[in-house]
Design a protein. Structure first.
Length: 275
């Protein structure tokens, strides 16, 4: 899939533009707002555009809302991408081993996968963070624990269709180690369908992180959109902007990832038709 083919699709163009804007916001946050975004910098409850120094106003403690939104973009994207990477790595490994070896290995790994799938993703993440304690690393692990099952099933299905091909039989015939066959010969060819799940996992991870932060289970040392929305809910009548600004940022991010994923699927489909 070429970048030009991706950008020619309406979804890809919109998603690509929004993701580029979000990446710029996340990367420029420490430059435009150096220091701690949770630091008190002005009077409390300063409404948007009342002071040029605080375009989106300040919260109940006098913290800059715009700085929080921009640094929150960094938090959300880092957690979303890290959780998706961990989920795809674990899921691909489990699915490849299950599909290639079959038998008891397949049975055991798939029963474990089904056990994780029976628990709703948010509840599993909520329970894990509640027990271990809130931090960015904990949140990433909690989300990955609930997200690796889909890549595992997709990888297994692909491996089942690949393991009988000639190059796999040739690798066995020359005495290559089974794990080398799994991860050097089979997995690279089974990976593209698994990677198509990345956009869904990233979007879901960002929403789960926001929900955990909204409940007070996010990392208290970083700015997060969920925490900002939670802090603004008690003053919705008098200072609705405290929840609206991070809420819009969260909505735009999820829509951007969704559109980018749809654009990638359409571009890949167009390439297959053209070939």
């Amino acid at each position: 899939m070429s970048v030009l083919r991706f950008l020619r699709t309406p979804e890809g163009a919109v998603g690509g533009f929004l993701l580029a804007a979000l990446a710029f916001v996340a990367l420029s946050a420490p430059v435009l707002f150096p220091g701690d975004p949770l630091a008190i910098v002005g009077p409390a409850y300063l409404h948007p555009f009342a002071n040029p120094a605080f375009p989106l106003g300040t919260d109940s403690l006098g913290r800059n809302v715009l700085a929080g939104v921009m640094h929150g973009a960094r938090t959300s994207l880092v957690i979303g991408l890290a959780a998706a990477f961990a989920a795809i790595v674990v899921g691909s490994a489990v699915g490849t081993l299950a599909g290639l070896f079959g038998g008891v290995v397949d049975e055991v790994l798939m029963r474990i996968t089904e056990a994780f799938q029976t628990v709703p993703a948010f509840l599993l993440a909520l329970a894990f963070v509640s027990v271990v304690g809130p931090s960015m690393g904990t949140v990433v692990v909690a989300i990955a624990l609930s997200a690796w099952t889909a890549p595992a099933r997709v990888a297994r299905a692909e491996v089942l269709s690949i393991r009988q091909r000639d190059y796999v039989a040739a690798a066995r015939a020359v005495g290559m180690h089974p794990l080398a066959i799994a991860f050097r010969e089979v997995l690279p060819n089974a990976l593209p369908p698994v990677l198509s799940l990345a956009s869904v996992i990233v979007a879901s991870a960002i929403l789960i992180e926001a929900a955990l932060s909204f409940l007070g289970l996010g990392d208290p040392n970083v700015a997060t959109w969920g925490t900002m929305i939670s802090e603004g809910r008690n003053v919705l009548r008098s200072a609705a902007y405290l929840s609206i600004a991070p809420g819009i940022a969260l909505m735009v991010t999820v829509l951007a990832i969704y559109f980018a994923g749809e654009g990638a699927v359409e571009a890949a489909s167009a390439r297959r038709i053209a070939s």
